[in-house]
Design a protein around this ligand. Sequence first.
Ligand code: ATP
Length: 313
Amino acid sequence: MTATTAITVRVPAKVNLQLAVGPAREDGYHDLVNVFHAVALFDEVTVREPRPRAELPLVGLSVSGDLGPHLARVPLDATNLAARAARLVARETASATPVELHLHKRIPVAGGMAGGSADAAGALVACNTFWSAGLSDGDLLALAAELGSDVAFPLVGGTAVGTGRGEVLTPADSPGRYHWVFALAEGGLSTPDVFGEYDRLRPGAPEPAGDPELMAALAAGDAARLGAALSNDLERAALSLRPDLAGVLAAGRAAGALGAIVSGSGPTCAFLAASAAEAAEIAAALDASGRCAATVTTQGHADGARVVDPAED
Ligand code: ATP
């Protein structure tokens, strides 16, 4: 009999093309209008049978990647969002057996690109497949919403508008392909800290509203129009906590970016470029400026979580 011994799922980072933030709700969350855009910067989540050991936890966890000191900030205990996702799938199926979960990370940690949420989405798909749990796409979306506001989107990928806490997704009409440069920062920013700073700077914020110009730019596949329409209500708060990011945004704009924003809660900054060649030039200028730790050039949008390596023996 053949048995599945490992399942690997590739799952994308996101950038928010628009992030409109309403006032703090009574439950502490904020209502959002969040235009998510998946980019081809992927973490890989692998689920496999554990090596035999005397005491097996239901979910063992390890992590790898070239993120330097960032990697040490990924928790390897039960709080890891991917481990929590695995346990949620186990709750839904009688066939769950102990597993080792391995995260190969390329998405910056605490970088405003939803890396932890991506890993959680990857773990949902990988465990559902590994355990033959039979959960539908709708079931996985419901589990994703239990885990966090940003977990549903990396399941579906593409470009989508999130409302509510960001977890209610509507696919956007977006036929275009875009070239992006991401400037990665030393250190991270805590998402709750950035929302706290937002509330402090902007008490009584209005209800969040979508931007028709941004949606029209997406529908037209017009990169220049899209660049001009990018917006992020959290940017001011992120800049307040990390004033150095203003120089990063300015350097990218000076190098010809069509648009420049802090990605989500930061501190990663995102630059839209007119072409792959322009993206390479912007990245080179940012690297030369010494204002960021590293740059990544990539494209959007990208697919959501997909099984890539169902190794069998
Ligand atoms: P978002 O854009 O959704 O606000 P982010 O990209 O800023 O998130 P993450 O990389 O998701 O930030 O990490 C935020 C925190 O979550 C980390 O500092 C870490 O303590 C915790 N965390 C839990 N699970 C993971 C994971 N699998 N990968 C990275 N961080 C994780």
